[in-house]
Design a protein around this ligand. Sequence first.
Ligand SMILES: NC(=O)c1ccc[n+]([C@@H]2O[C@H](COP(=O)([O-])OP(=O)(O)OC[C@H]3O[C@@H](n4cnc5c(N)ncnc54)[C@H](OP(=O)(O)O)[C@@H]3O)[C@@H](O)[C@H]2O)c1
Length: 292
Amino acid sequence: MTTLTLHNGVEIPQIGFGTAAIGQWQQDDSFVTDTILKAMAVGYRHFDTASVYGNERALGRAILQSGIPRHELFVVSKVWDTEQGARTADAFQRSLERLGLEYLDLYLVHWPVPASTRQTWEAMESLYDDKKVRALGLSNFRKADIEQLASFARVRPAYNQLELHPYLTQQELVQYCQFHKIAVSCWSPLGSGTWSGVAATEKPIADPVIVDLANQYGVSPGQIILKWDLQQKRIVIPKAEKLEHIVANFSLWDFSLSDDDMQSINALNRNHRFGGDPATAHESNKKIRVPD
Ligand SMILES: NC(=O)c1ccc[n+]([C@@H]2O[C@H](COP(=O)([O-])OP(=O)(O)OC[C@H]3O[C@@H](n4cnc5c(N)ncnc54)[C@H](OP(=O)(O)O)[C@@H]3O)[C@@H](O)[C@H]2O)c1
């Protein structure tokens, strides 16, 4: 399994498994556990969850049932907007309890809430000092948000998870992060899950350029997009329920895209977001509750 090394030396598997809305948003039952167990059987060891996904217990049950040694797994969770600031240390503890774990591999600020960033990050730094988490990171942070954090951070962020797919390539932000040794991870790498309500025909997996490349390389459109990310040293966290998708998204090592083909995918960018905009998301996120 290919890994990237974060700036503090921690290794992260480059392909992770997204868990948002397996079944439905905030579903936390045996269907979620069974889907994650299927991914583990295929070989995934890196799992991306969040307190607001409401499925940390289902992931915890899969970890327990799999029998996979804890040190072979890479578990990521995130602090939701309503848990930022004075509540962050408690929120982390609740995530650990729901997951049934002693530590996390990576803990992220889910969305920037600039008024709370300092207090949130300082709480996360204490968790890092106490070895409750092996690396600290961000999600949806823009350049200005990272600069704000850098003005006081004692522990530098090791990772930033961004909406990133061929219709939203975020090239400047990616370059900025990679220059500052912040690993870039792509959420909704295939153009989002059913939670977004976006028709499959509107997603980059249906784009004629991607479909043509898939035919040319003898792989699926999803594999073309994920390979485009991997070749640029980005982490991917596709979510899949169908076994054929779970397998395909983990089978990316037998081909490589030419420079010209990489450029033709880059050229598909239209700065189009399927999910929230970090400039405004904290307004609506306030209304979304983290289930107990
Ligand atoms: N940090 C954030 O703010 C944030 C926001 C959103 C998401 N995320 C994370 O990113 C993960 C992935 O994002 P996402 O779930 O929105 O979208 P995604 O991974 O881009 O797309 C998931 C959708 O694509 C389908 N699919 C999976 N593999 C496929 C393949 N090889 N070919 C064709 N279709 C395929 C899935 O179908 P089936 O399920 O039917 O197989 C599902 O409908 C989430 O699960 C979550 O962990 C983070």
